[in-house]
Design a protein around this ligand. Structure first.
Ligand code: SF4
Length: 129
């Protein structure tokens, strides 16, 4: 499947509260796929966006904002257009190298879902020794 970088963050914290019922179904369905499902990284609309109501003209209405998050996530994880991975790795690497390192606010900034994701991310952060 094709996934944009920032969806590696959204998938970690999805609790059923997305943009619409079809979007929520697609997120749940994606999370239930085998972890070895092939993922190709893309920086445009992806397989999850296809079920979102926010692209009436074939372009995300929040493209400027989400592109920034895509770039921030991709830069930390060294993903470029067409990078290949598996669904399990796609999520696990973002969790390990972004969430556990306390970088959620750095990558996702003022995303409207921050109040859901931030408390969940706190619980995953690696303790400072
Ligand atoms: S808001 Fe934009 S980036 Fe996010 S799922 Fe919808 S179309 Fe895709």
């Amino acid at each position: 499947m094709r996934l944009r970088p920032h969806h590696s963050m959204c998938l970690q914290f999805f609790v059923g509260k997305g943009y619409s019922a079809p979007f929520n179904r697609k997120m749940s369905e994606t999370l239930s796929l085998p972890s070895n499902t092939k993922v190709t990284v893309t920086f445009g609309l992806d397989d999850i966006c296809g079920h979102c109501p926010n692209h009436p003209d074939g372009k995300c209405t929040s493209e400027a904002h989400v592109s920034e998050i895509d770039s921030a996530v991709a830069s930390i994880l060294s993903w470029t257009e067409g990078s290949e991975t598996t669904l399990g790795e796609f999520i696990a690497r973002a969790e390990q190298d972004i969430t556990r390192k306390g970088l959620l606010r750095k990558t996702c900034g003022n995303c409207s879902f921050m109040e859901i994701c931030a408390p969940l991310a706190e619980g995953k952060k690696e303790p400072r020794i």
